[in-house]
Ligand binder design. Structure first.
Ligand code: AQP
Length: 333
């Protein structure tokens, strides 16, 4: 790895990738590849906290990996791997469990949210999830982690655990910083624009744009998006549907909200939605073409998975051996 800082980005195969994942994460990650040592992982162990059809999970893991590759987040310039293929994640997570307090985990809002949503399956993994996430980050001595507002708390706890460990045993982990992208587009649901578009919550298919949707479906979903009855294309807290569409339009066109509002001044919602649909489809067309091409190349995907596991394991086990030695475990020989 070069002297550049290391940046670690994870995506869970908890659902099919959405326009939110694309605009809020993948598109930004693409820009980081030149400046940083980038490590991209499919966070499949994390998805075990919520029940899912096993075959679906395997399909999604491959598809999200293919999406990374299609977007140029490739194995030549970066490390791309599947979390469960590097056993050091689970091993370090156990150690970190023993250096994390119940009080800290109790404060995690994601635990509270997910337990409320999955009241029939409040498992221990859901509670100790931040220790696994800390392991993901600390194993690679990541300097930076791109985080959205909802993930900040997890990065904070990772920093606390790393500092605690370093204070007891001497410098072991790099204490990571949050990387805040310039345009952290937050895409909201098309039918519920007050809530984030989330890939694991696709009960209403019209609420979410999936990268697996065809371009006609995508355009139709945008045309059916919930708005209001003003017929004025302007962003504002009282107009969440239009604001969301404007944000999406700006994220794909590179325009500012003011520029977009001027462009659509006096234009009705029908024409505005048509323009947003066209811009999104134009943006996604080449990505989807390349994604479909990569997805068919099973041999390539398998080779990336294998190579990624080897490269990631080498770094991860270096950190894990250091940790095991410091906490007093016998060396493996
Ligand atoms: N709606 C969104 N707008 C902007 N960014 C988003 N991300 C997700 N949804 C949006 C970003 O995608 C990256 C990968 O996310 P993740 O898979 O680790 O989990 P997540 O943040 O919890 O994403 P989802 O889609 O909402 O998944 P589920 O439904 O499983 O919780 C992250 O960088 C995230 O910010």
């Amino acid at each position: 790895m070069s002297e550049n800082k290391t940046i670690l980005s994870l995506m869970q195969p908890s659902g099919d990738a959405s326009l939110g994942n694309y605009l809020g994460a993948l598109k930004n990650w693409q820009k980081l590849a030149k400046e940083y040592n980038c490590i991209y992982a499919i966070a499949d162990l994390h998805t075990l906290t919520v029940r899912q059809e096993p075959a679906e999970k395997r399909r999604r893991s491959r598809e999200i990996l293919a999406l990374f590759l299609a977007m140029g987040l490739n194995e030549r310039d970066n490390i791309v791997f599947v979390q469960s293929h590097v056993a050091a994640h689970a091993e370090l997570a156990w150690v970190l469990n023993c250096y994390t307090y119940m009080g800290e985990l109790n404060r995690m809002t994601q635990f509270k949210d997910k337990s409320a949503r999955h009241a029939d399956n409040i498992n221990a993994g859901l509670f100790t999830y931040p220790c696994l996430m800390a392991a993901d980050i600390l194993l690679y001595q990541a300097d930076l982690v791109p985080v959205g507002e909802d993930q900040r708390q997890h990065l904070e706890i990772t920093r606390d655990i790393a500092e605690r460990f370093n204070n007891i045993y001497g410098n072991t982990f790099t204490v990571p910083e949050a990387y805040i992208g310039k345009t952290g587009a937050r895409v909201m649901g098309l039918q519920e624009p007050e809530r984030k578009m989330s890939k694991s919550e696709s009960a209403n298919a019209n609420n979410i744009i999936l990268l697996n949707d065809d371009l006609n479906q995508i355009a139709n979903k945008i045309k059916r998006a919930v708005t209001d009855s003003d017929n004025v294309v302007k962003a504002g807290p009282e107009k969440p549907g239009i604001t969301n569409l404007l944000n999406i339009y700006c994220a794909v066109s590179g325009k500012t909200i003011e520029e977009a509002e001027m462009e659509f001044a006096g234009v009705g919602y029908g024409a505005f939605k048509g323009a947003v649909a066209e811009a999104v489809c134009e943006e996604l067309r080449p990505v989807k073409d390349e994604y479909e091409r990569v997805l068919k190349d099973k041999g390539y995907i398998e080779s990336v998975i294998k190579d990624g596991a080897e490269k990631a394991s080498r770094i991860a086990y270096r950190t894990l051996s250091k940790v095991y030695k410091k906490v007093g475990l016998l060396p493996r020989g």
